[in-house]
Design a protein around this ligand. Structure first.
Ligand code: HOZ
Length: 428
């Protein structure tokens, strides 16, 4: 695979941007080599500037659930762009997207659109603090909720990949209000809440942890969080930026049957444009300015192009057959990858929730941050590079989820499984 043009661009980019990128994990630092510079993408494929094509399981880190350049989204955007790109004033589009989201997430009784997942989680926590008049929050090790100060404590995603889960630059006085616990540890959770509940504003979590790969909640874990938070007057926040419309149409909350007090969304609801949203119980969301005193604002919030891409994407997702098709594709990939690893004699653990998945190079069950770290990251790096050489684009980190789209065909999956088998064999 020739990557001459990508390599030259990377050389230029590192002179201009930290690590040559605008978001850390993209830099391939964890897997070696230099990142591909992308020219275009269509359906399940992404193409680099050297003309190589790849079956894409990154999908812009989740948003492109309909595949790249989905015609209805592209056409709606072309039409919308003619009408202006930003007004800084309300539009009917905001109402349409809000209604579409709330239809799928009945726990959201009122919503505020923002521009990223980070903004959504950061704002939701401020609202929860304003509502409860308490300062402390509980988060779980390895959950990544964006890069706001108080959330870069034992964080996953790039923070874990590069070994800085507690980022310098976060004031100690601020970080001390973030209490962390192991994911899936019901006993530890109960005991912390019993001690500190009077000071705890909220519990925030990824109900399926996509930022240490794909870690599923154990039976009873989410139920315990719901029960205990309700008892302590603590706001339960589901960060569904990644799981939203991915674990199911109604996200992890519909799949596991838990109604959180607040929900954060992003990725899919922007159809590939920059979007985030937070919402929840009416009495909590009524705290948000100008209805209430908790301040949060944004020049590009509710941007007409982002709303348009989101509306068109959710229209397709609201059709029943969409998730039937996604499930079939995902089952095909799951069976294929598990079988390929087994046939090749590789010890791996595969997990998936709806349309997100991860293969770990370990024989331990992965249930939290500690067990996710038992994965052999050297092996993963080799796997990643060899898969890329065979035309398969995976996330360049063991601690990120993979995603599929409606555009992934049976042939794509067969090619992926074949490449995985050959790669697994080469790892022995
Ligand atoms: N926070 C994203 C992964 N969980 C990475 C985003 C990006 O690099 O584009």
């Amino acid at each position: 695979m020739k990557t001459k043009k990508s390599d030259a661009l990377y050389k230029k980019a590192v002179e201009l941007m930290p690590g040559g990128v605008n978001s850390p994990v993209r830099a391939f630092k964890a897997v070696g080599g230099s990142p591909l510079f992308i020219k275009n993408a269509n359906g399940s494929k992404i193409y680099d500037v050297d003309g190589n094509g790849y079956i894409d399981y990154v999908l812009s880190w989740g948003p492109m659930i309909l595949g790249h350049s989905y015609p209805a989204v592209v056409n709606a955007l072309k039409n919308a762009i003619e009408k202006g790109t930003s007004y800084g004033a309300p539009t009917p589009l905001e109402i349409e997207l809000a209604q579409a989201v709330m239809k799928a997430y009945p726990s959201i009784e009122k919503i505020r659109m923002v521009n990223s997942g980070t903004e959504a989680t950061m704002s939701a926590i401020r609202v929860a603090r304003g509502f409860t008049k308490r300062d402390k929050i509980i988060k779980f090790e390895g959950c990544y909720h964006g890069h706001a100060d108080g959330l870069l404590v034992k964080a996953g995603s790039g923070a874990l990949t590069f070994g800085v889960p507690d980022s310098p630059g976060v004031p100690k006085a601020y970080a001390k209000n973030t209490l962390t616990l192991p994911f899936n540890d019901i006993k530890a959770f109960k005991s912390l809440v019993a001690k500190e509940w009077k000071d705890i504003a909220c519990v925030i979590l990824e109900p399926v942890v996509g930022n240490i790969g794909c870690v599923l909640p154990k039976p009873g874990f989410l139920e315990t969080l719901r029960k205990e938070t309700k008892r302590g007057g603590i706001v339960l926040i589901f960060d569904e930026v990644m799981t939203g419309f991915r674990v199911s149409y109604g996200g992890a909350q519909a799949y596991y049957g838990i109604r959180p007090d607040m929900t954060c969304l992003g990725k899919v609801i922007g159809g590939g444009l920059p979007v985030g949203a937070y919402g929840g119980r009416k009495e909590i969301m009524s705290m948000v300015s100008p209805e209430g005193p908790v301040y949060q604002a944004g020049t590009l919030s509710g941007n007409p192009l982002a709303m348009t891409a989101g509306i068109e994407t959710l229209k397709v997702l609201s059709r029943k057959d969409t998730y039937i098709r996604l499930e079939k594709t995902m089952q095909h990939l799951e069976e294929g990858l598990k079988d390929a690893a087994k046939r090749a004699g590789n010890k791996t653990k595969f997990y998936r929730a709806g349309t997100m998945f991860c293969t770990y190079f370990t024989d331990k069950d992965v249930v939290d941050y500690k067990t996710a770290k038992t994965s052999d990251t050297e092996k993963f790096s080799k796997f990643f590079r060899e898969m890329l050489n065979r035309g398969i684009n995976l996330a360049p980190s063991q601690f990120e989820a993979g995603f599929i789209s409606t555009a992934h065909s049976g042939k794509d999956i067969d090619l992926t499984v074949k490449a995985a088998y050959e790669t697994f064999k080469g790892l022995i």
